[in-house]
Design a protein around this ligand. Sequence first.
Ligand code: AMP
Length: 221
Amino acid sequence: MAAGPRNIVFVGAPGSGKGTQAVKIEERFGLRQLSTGDILRQAVKDQTPLGVEAKGYMNAGKLVPDALMLGLIEDQLTKPAYAKGVVLDGFPRTMLQAEALDALLSKLGWSISAVIVLDVPDEVLAERITGRRSCPQCGNVHHVKFSPPKVAGVCDRCGAALVQRPDDTEEKVRVRQAAFHSQTQEIIPYYEKKGIVHHVDGLLAPDEVFARVENVLGRPG
Ligand code: AMP
C-alpha cells in the first residue's frame, strides 16, 4: 500500500453505483468522499462563477471542460478534510484529468492506492438512472423501482420533495453514456498499466458490491 493517506478512485458509467459505494467507504474506512458532480450541482445552486459556467454542460449531459475541473479538484484536495484520504467519485473522467491528478497527488506526496471499476452494461444503466429521484435538500437518492421512498415523492431521510435531476432523463443519459465511452473509458488502461485496477461486478446488489470492494481494500485503518 502506498505511503500517506489512502486514496481511492471509482470509475464507472453514470448509474454504475459510484456514489452509493463511495458513501459506504466513507462510513466504513473514514476516508472522505469527493463527488465532483455533487460539488458542481451545489455550485450551480449557489450560482457561483464555476456553477454559472458548468450549468449548460451539465444539463446537456456533457462533461464540464477540463480547465474548470482541474481548478475545482486542486481547490478541494488541498483542504484538510481530505488529509486522511479521499474517495474520488466522478473524477477523473478524461485522460488529461487522470494525468493532472497524478501530478497533483505527487506534489502532495500522495498516490492512488486503488482504482475500482464498476462494470455495468449500458442497457441496465438507463433504467437505473431514469428511475432515480434525488433529494435537493440532503442529497439522499431513491429509485422509483429499486429503492422507493416510503411515501411516493418524499425523501425518507429529511422529508423534502424528491426531484429528477435535469440530466437523468433518457435523452441525456444517452449523451452521458457516450461521454463515458469516448472520453472516460480510456483512463482504465492507463491505470491498468500501473497495476492498481480492480474490476467489480456492478450488477450485484449494493451490499454485495460493497463486500467485494471491502475485499479489495482490506481492513480499515
Ligand atoms: P455525476 O453526478 O458524477 O454524474 O456528474 C454530473 C455531471 O457533472 C456530469 O454529467 C458532468 O457534466 C459534470 N461532471 C462531474 N464530474 C466531472 C468531471 N470529472 N469532468 C467533467 N465533468 C464532470
